[in-house]
Design a protein around this ligand. Structure first.
Ligand code: CA
Length: 225
């Protein structure tokens, strides 16, 4: 899942970003309201984590503009002060949840999971024959046994399964696996596909290369269907 993190406190932003990447999400981090507004207007996110106190336009204004564009992206607001006025204002403007600083990482992670589950437009479990993917718990299974996949391999597998039967372009993969501030080497996507393929092939799951277009997992034939 792709998450926009809006937080001007660099130390906190780094810690939160690391935790979210660890949970196999792709994270873009910005530190001002203007940058957040710009990112939300032009990119597609599954969730925004939005600090209220920001330089320039504040988090409440960013939220107001987001909802004025009729965007339904789930928003988790962060604030330095747990004041009733801020909380009410945030919820009135269309925030989905609210967390006051300081908070523990596990609490943030639990809220993120809940919001992603709520905002998800596909079944939380993706199925491909005996392969299943828990999009909320961020784990993949074969015949019910967990697969050992890295965070990026999980993200890649999720993309392919979400578009089962359709070609996924390298560019689309790069956009989902990497945040803006990361350099993507020319062959990086090929390397990830190669690694994932090596783990899936013994299980009878094929990732096809469609020359000049991208990659594809065919629709799995379900037994007895
Ligand atoms: Ca702040």
């Amino acid at each position: 899942m792709r998450i926009l993190l809006v937080e001007d406190d660099k130390v906190l932003a780094d810690a939160l970003s690391r935790a979210l990447v660890q949970a196999a999400h792709t994270v873009d981090v910005v530190g001002t309201g203007e940058q957040a507004d710009e990112a939300l207007a032009h990119d597609v996110y599954n969730l925004a984590i939005l600090d209220i106190g920001l330089p320039g336009i504040d988090g409440l204004e960013v939220l107001k503009r987001l909802r004025a564009r009729r965007s339904g992206v789930p928003v988790l607001m962060l604030t330095a002060f747990d004041t009733l006025a801020d909380r009410v204002k945030g919820l009135d403007l269309g925030a989905d949840d609210y967390l006051a600083k300081p908070f523990d990482l596990p609490e943030l992670e639990a809220r993120v999971r809940a919001l992603l589950r709520r905002g998800i437009s596909v079944a939380p479990m993706l199925e491909h024959g005996s392969l299943t993917f828990d999009t909320v718990g961020r784990r993949a299974f074969f015949d019910g046994k967990p697969l050992e996949l890295s965070a990026r391999e999980l993200a890649l597998l999720e993309l392919l399964l979400l578009r089962e039967g359709r070609v996924v372009s390298k560019e689309h993969i790069a956009n989902h696996l990497y945040g803006w501030d990361e350099e993507v080497a020319d062959n990086a996507i090929e390397v990830f596909v190669y690694r994932l393929r090596r783990k899936l092939e013994p299980l009878g799951c094929e990732i096809r290369t469609v020359r000049g277009m991208g990659y594809l997992m065919e629709r799995a034939r379900h037994e007895g269907a």
